[in-house]
Design a protein around this ligand. Structure first.
Ligand code: SF4
Ligand code: SF4
Length: 490
């Protein structure tokens, strides 16, 4: 067995924090970062995560006497070498007096106020061929009106010269019911993006009932490559949650379509969203076994999501799991154990990946009738969400006060957010609808149960982690490790 101090585990890229202006070995005062979270894994590993740097390290039980004093609030004095340097490089400790909130604010502002990004959610159809039990939509309109499509292309012609990145997501209703609208706008966006050198990505949230190979091939041609498809467990579970409008099962046709698109050699991604409640969660092992054909295909990922009451007419009868229920972690670990790719929830790979797009000034949802909205759950059920109208000439009439209410940095005037370890991920805006309607903070469940989330991450990832050799002060790749038996976590 190697020395206990040889086995810190690093899972993300080191972060150059740029905080060491003085001579390399000069002792200085350090304190733990306000953005740290930690837990002890069942194997005794001290698991440490920083939401600003995204560093995620594990220290074996033998190393804890060396590491834990560095995380004490009173701080310590040491030169930035050895373990101190390792901790500082990853942002777990910062020089005393570091203005961590202001560092976050600066990074937030640099991204939040960019003018060269545009993120559109287009309701190509507000009608749907399904009537899912938990749906909150009202299906008042059908396919996106022709004048809206023309106006969208005009808007893009005007904006394209100023854009560096464009994201277009098709949503509904069921977006494929509005295929003729997609067929009009998507090729035009692709052409404009190509002409102006814009980084362009596009995706769709679809129930996949109409996602036949022919349709899929056309979508790929238009660069629509990221799909979210919901499939709620075994046929007996799925078919009583996600039935056709007018009744009828949908599971087998969806699975048939998914298997057919799997035969395409192209690059694309399918997030298989599984909405779970107390009942279907019990049968997930059998369901995941049924998805065995997607196991070896990294393009297909499972994404477990607890059914929530979102304002639909059946809300009262839904048997939801509470926000603090650990079921999601259990399912994610199970999916991984059974060989599927599993989309990790929080912490995810992007430092600012969690605030909702409704908080972003670059984001707009465009309704089938030209309404401009923010939240894709509230849609036009509340006038506060209708922040403007698209005009026929491609310009937009924006109600600036309504728009600003969604996009404001909600953490700024919230003293709890300002001190929160989760701030860099959440931005105080994981679901801004609560701020806008009730002026209330909404903390993500992952923050509230961070200990369990870190334990899950450790369980799911530690075999592929890199190890930091504290004696040699070198980060080793997994493939460079000593043979099994010489590393505590190998
Ligand atoms: S909303 Fe909650 S989790 Fe988010 S930054 Fe504020 S206190 Fe933290
Ligand atoms: S504001 Fe909340 S409900 Fe609306 S889209 Fe964002 S996360 Fe969903």
């Amino acid at each position: 067995m190697s020395s206990p101090t040889q086995n810190a585990v690093q899972m993300t890229m080191p972060v150059a924090s740029g905080t060491y202006p003085s001579a390399a070995d000069e002792p200085r005062k350090w304190v733990p970062s306000q953005f740290n979270a930690r837990t002890t894994a069942p194997d005794g590993t001290l698991v440490l995560w920083n939401s600003y740097s995204h560093a995620f390290s594990g220290f074996p039980p033998e190393a804890r006497p060396q590491v834990e004093p560095l995380l004490h609030r009173r701080g310590f004095t040491a030169p930035p070498t050895g373990l101190t340097k390792y901790m500082a490089d990853r942002g777990f400790i910062v020089p005393r007096g570091a203005r961590e909130f202001e560092r976050f604010q600066l990074r937030y502002g640099q991204r939040h106020y960019r003018q060269d990004f545009l993120d559109l959610t287009l309701l190509s159809s507000e009608d749907c061929n399904f009537r899912c039990i938990y749906c909150y939509e009202t299906f008042e309109r059908g396919t996106m009106e022709p004048w809206v499509r023309t106006a969208l292309i005009r808007m893009m012609e005007q904006r394209a010269p100023h854009l560096r990145r464009l994201t277009v997501s098709y949503f509904g209703g069921e977006p494929l019911l509005g295929f003729e609208a997609i067929a009009e706008v998507a090729p035009a966006f692709l052409k404009l993006a190509g002409e102006h050198g814009i980084r362009f990505s596009s995706g769709m949230t679809t129930n996949a009932y109409l996602l036949t190979p022919d349709t899929f091939a056309k979508l790929l041609q238009w660069n629509i490559k990221q799909f979210q498809v919901t499939i709620d467990g075994l046929p007996e579970d799925h078919d009583c949650r996600r039935m056709l409008k007018g009744g009828g099962p949908t599971f087998s046709r969806i699975l048939e379509n998914l298997k057919a698109i799997q035969t395409f050699p192209n690059e694309f991604g399918v997030m298989l969203r599984v909405n779970f409640d107390q009942a279907n969660a019990r049968r997930m092992r059998e369901f995941i076994a049924l998805l065995g054909c997607f196991k070896e295909d990294a393009r297909f990922k499972l994404f477990f999501y607890p059914i929530r009451q979102l304002g639909g007419s059946n809300d009262g009868s839904l048997k939801t799991c509470g926000d603090m229920d650990p079921q999601r972690d259990v399912l994610e670990v199970l999916g991984r154990e059974m060989g599927m790719q599993v989309h990790r929830t929080v912490p995810n790979s992007r430092p600012f990946g969690e605030p909702c797009y409704a908080n972003e000034p670059q984001h707009l949802t465009v309704g089938a009738n030209g309404n401009l909205m923010k939240c894709t759950v509230m849609l036009d059920s509340n006038p506060r969400n209708i922040v403007g109208r698209l005009k026929e000439d491609g310009t937009m009439a924006i109600d600036i006060d309504r728009f600003a209410r969604w996009c404001t940095p909600h953490f700024r005037d919230d003293s709890v957010c300002r001190k929160c370890f989760f701030l860099p991920l959440c931005g105080g805006a994981v679901c801004p609808v609560r701020r806008v309607v009730n002026n209330q903070r909404c903390c993500p469940p992952e923050k509230l149960r961070i200990g369990n989330v870190l334990k899950k991450m450790w369980l799911m990832n530690n075999e592929r982690a890199n190890r930091y050799d504290m004696q040699r002060e070198k980060l080793l790749r997994y493939t460079e490790l000593s043979p099994p038996g010489t590393q505590a976590h190998a």
